[in-house]
Design a protein around this ligand. Structure first.
Ligand code: SF4
Length: 690
């Protein structure tokens, strides 16, 4: 044991933010050991965290900068690569440049990318994959509560007396939060309600399983609220003192359309189950409402989020432990990437770019001699793709840090068409991925184990990464690479950081929620929850205890009527198709599919088909079938199961050999521009031998 080093860090996969030690031998990371001190994971890890060391030493890691010359990628020096990028980026007008930041990268990298886009490229066309997972949360909860983040902490979920999980397969996507849901039931006697179109592992402990149709969330939530109001179970004092807009809410949710009988028809549920759920949520509190992308990834994603917030305000389940609206953010640092302003409308700390005072604040702080991007909103990533296909020539150059839109974005054929209309593409990553096919320059970055930094988990807890080993070849920190390009474009002074800690100090200076944080303070095992405004502030695990973060301190009811998904099943495409993830893989699989252990567990993708539907089509478990939507079709292995709702099909999106996003729809929520990954129409075809 004496030659082993244990270096504390935070898991690079999901937004739970478990801590572990990287085990280092002879300068090489050879294992992980869960942190016993961490209040998030208390000495436990899920399989992804357990094997989060395996991809680090993959021979596939990018090691040197490359430029595409005569169609071939050629290894070059950093000097040549950064000069080439600077010369090319300078050819374009600010409005022709755009950037994608990364929810997998650290806060320091995201802040650097935000500053690079606004100060060097002079554009607000910057976004990242939060657009695709929780932009509806950011927009929806900001309207309802004045803050678009999880209201409570992970540990206090175990203090709930009722957990209402809707649209979250917590056991597979956030396993160490799933543990808290079970603890609430086992240790605290909580009622456990699970609402989802699939009977997933998360449904196992359920006292009540609501297997409803995908895309009927607002109808269900409005129906629950009608029952609560009809029975007088609402929290009158909370509504009176802490909220506004209740009469508007009543006008919508008390409509006949949301009677329990009608809601049962829309959702496919038993009316008695809806009544039981309403009773438990209102009367068995504190109730923690937990949701994820089953709520957010819809054309009505913002309405869905508002409906969750409405239910919790109606029942007074906010501002106290064991309650709250708890969106589970997907990627390790998607909360941080949003906090850092890797968004087209915000500087760091959700300071609006269109507010002249904020514009002046950042211009003064950064001191770019020729100013920064104008005080106007930029394009969201989904809009960037539409602009590229619908108005070729408006956007010409894209700088991508740690994202893989060619597998993660909806309707891949549409994304390919968009990329074909770009003139200059830079990709900065740890592995060669599908998007690199379109890159003019590829730059190698170090991974989480090879760097110092911070990330912010789903409960707003800022935690440290510590460098355990050197990166491969000439790989560098993302913020360091951006600083080198910025220097080549004439902005060396604005990117003169010498360490991650110096970048963090700048973040703390300009970002009110992080103002009281420093690397020294973050060394404590449990990190710090934002807002943390002064060096003495212990952080804020539970938001909205006395008042909401809105201008007048009141929570706002935003009622909405139910609308069906943009594409519903019909005679030609009779199934409702939905997508998601599995326990052993992560997003586009660049890391988990290079982990031998995880890849062995689940080596390829599949489509889930309800047993009765499969029997009607003569499809057997394990056979290859054609799955076809209006976008495209693909051949994939059938997994025939009674666990999925009749009429619904499901695919995970990790696998390039059967890419679910070839089939998905890029219909967008009109407010936040999130795509509807969770519902589109599909046809299944049995493959018959010729
Ligand atoms: Fe990592 Fe999430 Fe698993 Fe924790 S629950 S070990 S953060 S993947």
């Amino acid at each position: 044991m004496t030659d082993l080093k244990f270096v504390p860090t935070t898991c690079p996969y999901c937004g739970t933010g478990c801590s572990f030690n990287l085990v280092v031998k002879d300068g090489k990371v050879v294992g992980t050991a869960p942190s016993q001190r961490s209040p998030v994971n208390e000495g436990k890890l899920c399989p992804k965290g357990m094997y989060a060391f395996e991809f680090i030493n993959s021979p596939d890691r990018l090691t040197h900068p490359m430029i595409r010359k005569n169609g071939e990628l050629v290894q070059v020096s950093w000097d040549e690569a950064t000069t080439y990028i600077a010369e090319n980026l300078k050819k374009y007008k600010p409005s022709e440049r755009c950037a994608l930041s990364s929810a997998r990268a650290s806060n320091e990298d995201n802040y650097a990318m935000m500053k690079f886009a606004r100060g060097v490229l002079k554009t607000n066309h910057i976004d990242h994959c939060a657009r695709l997972c929780h932009s509806s949360t950011v927009a929806g909860l900001a309207g309802s509560f004045g803050s678009g983040a999880m209201t409570n902490s992970i540990p206090d979920i175990a203090e709930a007396k009722c957990v209402f999980i809707i649209g979250s397969n917590t056991f597979e996507q956030h396993p160490l939060i799933g543990r808290r849901e079970v603890m609430a039931k086992m240790n605290n006697g909580a009622k456990y309600i699970y609402a989802d179109p699939r009977r997933t592992h998360t449904s196992s402990p359920a006292d009540l399983f609501l297997q409803f149709h995908s895309g009927t969330d607002v109808a269900l939530l409005n129906g629950l609220m009608q029952i609560i109001i009809k029975n007088g179970w609402e929290d009158k004092e909370f509504i009176e003192k802490r909220t506004k807009g209740y009469e508007d809410l009543k006008k919508i949710v008390m409509k006949e359309e949301y009677s329990v009988e009608n809601v049962a028809k829309i959702t496919g549920l038993d009316p008695k189950d809806i009544e039981t759920a309403a009773d438990w949520i209102a009367n068995n509190g504190p109730t923690a409402l937990i949701y994820s992308m089953g709520i957010t990834q819809h054309t009505v994603g913002v309405d869905n989020v508002h409906a969750c917030a409405n239910l919790q305000m109606l029942t007074g389940n906010l501002g106290k432990r064991g309650a709250g609206v708890n969106p589970l953010r997907g990627q390790n640092n998607v909360q941080g990437a949003c906090d850092m302003g890797a968004l087209p409308v915000n500087f760091s700390g959700y300071q609006k770019v269109t507010d002249p005072a904020n514009h002046k604040k950042f211009e003064d702080a950064w001191k770019f001699p020729d100013g920064i991007a104008p005080a106007e909103n930029g394009y969201e990533v989904t809009i960037m793709m539409n602009v590229l296909t619908d108005n070729p020539g408006e956007l010409k150059a894209m700088y991508i840090m740690g994202e893989n839109p060619l597998l993660s974005d909806p309707d891949i054929n549409h994304v390919k068409e968009a990329f074909e209309n770009l003139e200059f593409v830079v990709v900065q990553d740890i592995f060669y991925n599908e998007t690199c096919e379109y890159a003019d320059v590829i730059l190698p970055a170090v991974c989480y184990a090879e760097r110092d930094g911070t990330q912010t988990n789903t409960e707003r807890r800022v935690q440290r990464w510590h460098k355990a080993a050197d990166g491969p070849g000439e790989a560098k920190y993302d913020w360091e690479i951006l600083s080198m390009v910025a220097a080549k474009m004439g902005y060396a002074d604005q990117f003169a950081w010498k360490s991650s800690s110096e970048v963090f100090d700048e973040i703390a200076e300009v970002t009110p929620q992080y103002h009281g944080m420093s690397y020294a303070r973050l060394e404590q095992a449990d990190g710090l929850h934002w807002p943390c405004k002064t060096p003495e502030d212990p952080g804020t695990p539970v938001l909205h205890t006395q008042k909401f973060l809105t201008a007048d301190g009141l929570g706002v009811f935003f009622p909405a009527d139910w609308q069906p998904p943009a594409e519903v099943p019909d005679d030609e495409y009779p199934f409702q198709f939905t997508t998601g993830r599995c326990l052993f893989h992560w997003h586009t699989g660049t890391m988990t599919r290079r982990s031998e252990t995880l890849d062995k567990e689940v080596p390829t993708g599949w489509i889930e088909i309800n047993s009765e539907d499969a029997a009607a089509l003569g499809i057997h478990d394990g056979e290859m079938v054609r799955a076809v939507t209006r976008r495209d079709g693909l051949t994939v292995t059938a997994r025939v199961t009674p666990t999925i709702k009749k009429g619904t099909t499901f695919m995970p999106f990790h696998f390039i050999e059967c890419p679910a996003n070839l089939l998905t729809h890029n219909a967008l929520d009109p407010v936040c521009k999130i795509p509807e990954y969770k519902a589109c129409a599909m046809r299944l075809e049995k493959i018959t031998e010729a």
